[in-house]
Design a protein around this ligand. Structure first.
Ligand code: ZN
Length: 339
């Protein structure tokens, strides 16, 4: 799976910094989602890394950069400590079971400490998040049948609009440039065009019909409180990823506040009062969101904008580098350092 950022991102947000070797320290914050070797994930429906590819990437990162943990990263961005000239920090979005089964043991073996961003509703309500129901349905049904089934559901339950033909295809293709055209249209349609409640109901209906009980799946799909506690005890950092994992920029400020505050309180009550970072679901936020994340007590927030973090970076708009771009960034940086 690759990150999904709303089309508010401008192309120039994605430039890679090309600092000289004499510039001050910088940190590559790497963003991961699925890391697993088992089905149902293959190239169909969802991308991700195998554990072997994950190890290869960690080896490359350790060769070119020095690992730091989140407390060190946070202290550096506040000017309270130095970090190596070229540092890296690993982050994992979505609170997936993979992260305790496969990721944490590998990080522990490498002596690395990662950041794990979890969505509150997967802990308190045992729902399947829309993004993951969509991935599983696309893997199970394929694009064409999924589209037919989704449009059939909408024509029965929300016939007041022709949802599909109102879609902005240019925006869809820009946002999902890494997908095939048809899959990009489908993902944009479900994630951006459909109202949140309608999307959730439609996906739950299709999921129940074609895959199984969302509640039962949720128990195996997401990290539990025990998982999070043991990872935290091992020195990893647990952060917030929204409560319902919805794109925040499309919500009213009061709805955003409700969502962000809810996950902040949940993590505080379940894991303790430690300072924690936040990761914007779908990389979606506004200036108002940043303020709300701060007000809810999160120390920092990470986006999906592709860049290195430089000293003095804004604390609630921290860029990351997706796993699929890491090799390219390492190569570009090598060229900059050794022209
Ligand atoms: Zn996410």
């Amino acid at each position: 799976m690759t990150p999904e950022s709303l089309p508010t991102s401008q192309p120039n947000d994605t430039d890679i910094s090309s600092s000289s070797p004499n510039s001050s320290s910088q940190c590559m914050v790497v963003m991961y989602h699925y890391i697993r070797d088992t089905e149902p994930f293959s190239s169909q429906g969802v991308g991700g890394l195998t554990t072997r590819d994950f190890r290869v990437q960690l080896d490359a990162l350790c060769k070119h950069y020095e690992p730091i943990d989140w407390p060190t990263f946070f202290a550096w961005t506040q000017g309270r400590t130095d970090i190596p000239q070229r540092a890296f920090l690993t982050t994992f979005d979505d609170g997936l079971k993979d992260h305790v089964k496969t990721v944490a043991p590998i990080l522990n073996e490498y002596g690395l400490r990662g950041v794990f961003f979890t969505a509150g509703a997967t802990l308190s309500s045992q729902i399947m998040l829309a993004a993951h129901m969509l991935h599983l349905l696309l893997a199970q049904l394929g694009d064409n049948i999924f589209q037919q089934e989704m449009l059939s559901y909408l024509s029965q339950h929300a016939p007041e609009r022709d949802w599909w033909s109102g879609m902005d295809l240019v925006k869809a293709e820009r946002m999902y440039h890494y997908e095939s055209v048809s899959r990009g249209h489908l993902k944009y349609f479900v994630n951006v065009e459909l109202p949140i409640d309608l999307r959730q109901h439609a996906l739950e209906h299709l999921f129940q019909t074609h895959i199984g009980s969302p509640t039962r799946w949720s128990r195996h799909w997401y990290l539990s409180w025990d998982d999070l506690s043991s990872m935290q005890t091992d020195g990893h950092t647990i952060g917030g990823h929204g409560y319902l994992h919805d794109p925040l920029a499309g919500m009213s400020l009061s709805d955003q506040w409700h969502d962000i505050k809810r996950v902040a309180s949940l993590l505080h009550d379940g894991l303790g009062a430690d300072l924690r970072p936040f990761s914007y679901p779908f990389g979606s936020f506004t200036d108002g969101t940043k303020n709300l994340v701060k007000q809810a007590g999160f120390a920092q927030a990470f986006s999906t904008k592709r860049n290195m973090v430089m000293g003095g970076a804004g604390p609630y708009d921290l860029p990351r580098v997706d796993t699929i771009d890491v090799d390219a960034v390492i190569s570009e940086e090598q060229v900059c350092r050794h022209p």
